[in-house]
Each structure stands twice: as structure tokens, then as C-alpha cells.
Design a protein around this ligand. Structure first.
Ligand code: CP
Length: 317
């Protein structure tokens, strides 16, 4: 297995099964720190730089919280408009990271341009963590999701996933990479105009992944051990920011998971994950059912970022 020390986490495409399992072991080791609301000193000599060119609640704050839990320092920006990348100069990724690499020891980046973190990784001498790039990937989220499933189900093998929502979403793309490393059968339910990019479908085919497409959750929910959700009422992820319009539209029944659907059709032990934020595809009355796991998923988001920071900064092997 390759060392994670100094490594960029920009895509799940090149993460192998043993590496996933090692990340999950490290997460297990560090989880008690977060669970007990303690702060450790594992990364007390290190600084995280957060470079967020697109809004975020969970990913930025979970990554920053993870650094604090491990005793590190955090600098960064959450609104590129207040930097030279977002004003008159439109400073390039290269010029920006050539500065940021001197301000800290690891850079966590979210960007509206697909591939921006990979471009940053080309120029930076410190590890880059992709915190979501346009319609590209969201590796730290999907690592969080897989870790949550492992904790809840005890395994990632032999499971059926129903992945429903916008197939262009970066989480769906990272999930497409991840399922190729486990004995997972996936049913994807995407609107016709929100299909998964061909590149990711071809990748799954090239790895003999077991996957199918369906047009309605009704048709496949009975098989699902894991229901993995994204909205279909979405902003344009290639924009730095999109304000809400009066009428955002509603989610068709094909892409909704309701309490009634769960009661009548789902396996009694199926679990629901949603990276959030949600729209009307997941009504709040599902929260109180035995299926919901998105709040433990949120806690695991901190634990997973602790594991990744400890690994790429060489504090754990
Ligand atoms: N899950 C997720 O990426 O949420 P944020 O956009 O709030 O970071």
C-alpha cells in the first residue's frame, strides 16, 4: 500500500481497497477524540489552509473542526470575492496556491471549476484535499459516507445501494469510483437530463462494477440496503454562487424517499444517507424513522477529515 504522507486527496479514482480500509482504521482510532469532544495535540505543529471558492457549511467547517480536534491551526477564506482570485485580477489557481503553500502545511480546496484541485496539486508543494470541484468529485464526502455505512452495516461487501438524485453531482462521481473497490451492487435513479457523465459510467464498466439504471425509486427500493441521496432541485455547481429564485421547483416522486415509501417498500434495516443540504426529496418526517443515518454521517464527517489530515500530514501511517 502506498503511503498517504504528502499525498493529495483529489479523486477516489486511484484509491485502492486496502487504502480505503486503512483510512477507516485511522478514523476508528481518532474517533474517540471527537466523540468525547476533546482536543488532541497530534497536529499541533501544523496549519490547515482552507480555500473555498464556493459556499459550504459541512465540508469546510468539518475540515476546520477536524484540524482543531487534532490541535492544529487553521487559516483560510470562505469567500473568494474577498481575495484577488475573486476581484479585478481573477488570480489563477497556480499563482494563488504558490502563495497558500507558504501559509500552511495542507490546503483544503472547494472550487466551482471541475479539476481546480488537480490543477492546484500540480503546483503546490503541500497536499491538496479536494472538498468538491464543480460537477467533478467530492472524495472526502464519499469517504465519510462509506465509513458511515461500514460502521452501521459492519461491511461494505454484499450490499445493494440505491443512489438517487442528480447524477452529475460530485458525490455520485466519487461514489462511482468507490463502488468498484467493493462487492457493491448499485441502482442509479437519475432524471434523464441529469445523467452521470459518460467518463464515470465507462470507468465503472472498465472495473466490472455491478450497476444498473432505473427511472423510479419504486422499482428498486425493495433491494436497497443503503439509500444514497442527492437533490434534483439543485444550483448550478459550475457557478461560484447561485442565489435562490422564488420558484425552485419540486422533486418528482421518482426521486423522492418518503416515510410512506419506506414503510411499504423498503427493507426494514435499510439506511438512508444524504450528504445534505436537502430540498423536498427527503421530507423531515423521515428523520425520526429507523432508516435515517445522516446525523451520524455528519459526525463521521469530522472524524473522516481528522483521519485524512493525520494521514497526509504524516502524523499517522
Ligand atoms: N455535503 C456537503 O458538501 O455540504 P456543504 O456544501 O455544506 O459542504
Amino acid at each position: 500500500m502506498r503511503s498517504f504522507n504528502g499525498r493529495d486527496i483529489v479523486s477516489l479514482k486511484d484509491i485502492e481497497r486496502a487504502e480505503y480500509m486503512r483510512i477507516f482504521e485511522i478514523a476508528d482510532e481518532l474517533a474517540p477524540i471527537a466523540r468525547n469532544r476533546n482536543n488532541d495535540d497530534l497536529l499541533s505543529e501544523k496549519t490547515l489552509v482552507t480555500a473555498f471558492y464556493q459556499p459550504s457549511t459541512r465540508t469546510r467547517l468539518a475540515t476546520e473542526a477536524a484540524m482543531h480536534r487534532l490541535g492544529g491551526r487553521v487559516v483560510g477564506f470562505s469567500d473568494a470575492k474577498m481575495t484577488r482570485a475573486g476581484d479585478f485580477y481573477q488570480e489563477s489557481i497556480k499563482d494563488t496556491v504558490k502563495m497558500l503553500e507558504y501559509y500552511g502545511d495542507v490546503i483544503a480546496m472547494r472550487h466551482f471549476q471541475q479539476g481546480a484541485p488537480m490543477e492546484a496539486a500540480k503546483w503546490a508543494s503541500v497536499p491538496i484535499i479536494n472538498c468538491g470541484d464543480g460537477w467533478g468529485e467530492h472524495p472526502t464526502q464519499v469517504l465519510t459516507d462509506l465509513y458511515t455505512i461500514l460502521k452501521e452495516k459492519g461491511t461494505l461487501d454484499g450490499l445493494n445501494f440505491l443512489c438517487v438524485g442528480d447524477g452529475r453531482m460530485r458525490t455520485m462521481h466519487s461514489m462511482a469510483h468507490a463502488i468498484t473497490q467493493f462487492d457493491i451492487e448499485a441502482n442509479f435513479v437519475f432524471p434523464p437530463d441529469m445523467g452521470m457523465t459518460d467518463e464515470y459510467v465507462k470507468f465503472m464498466e472498465s472495473r466490472n462494477a455491478q450497476f444498473h439504471f432505473a427511472d423510479h425509486v419504486n422499482k428498486v427500493i425493495a433491494d436497497a440496503d443503503v439509500i444514497y441521496m442527492e437533490p434534483v432541485v439543485q444550483p448550478d455547481y459550475t457557478m461560484s454562487r447561485q442565489e435562490a429564485t422564488e420558484d425552485k421547483g419540486l422533486t418528482p416522486a421518482n426521486y423522492k424517499i418518503t416515510r410512506e415509501l419506506l414503510r411499504t417498500k423498503a427493507k426494514s434495516d435499510s439506511i438512508i444517507l444524504h450528504s445534505l443540504p436537502r430540498m423536498d426529496e427527503l421530507p423531515p418526517d423521515v428523520d425520526e424513522t429507523r432508516h435515517s443515518r445522516y446525523w451520524p454521517e455528519a459526525f463521521n464527517g469530522v472524524v473522516m477529515r481528522m483521519a485524512l489530515l493525520a494521514l497526509v500530514l504524516g502524523a499517522m501511517e
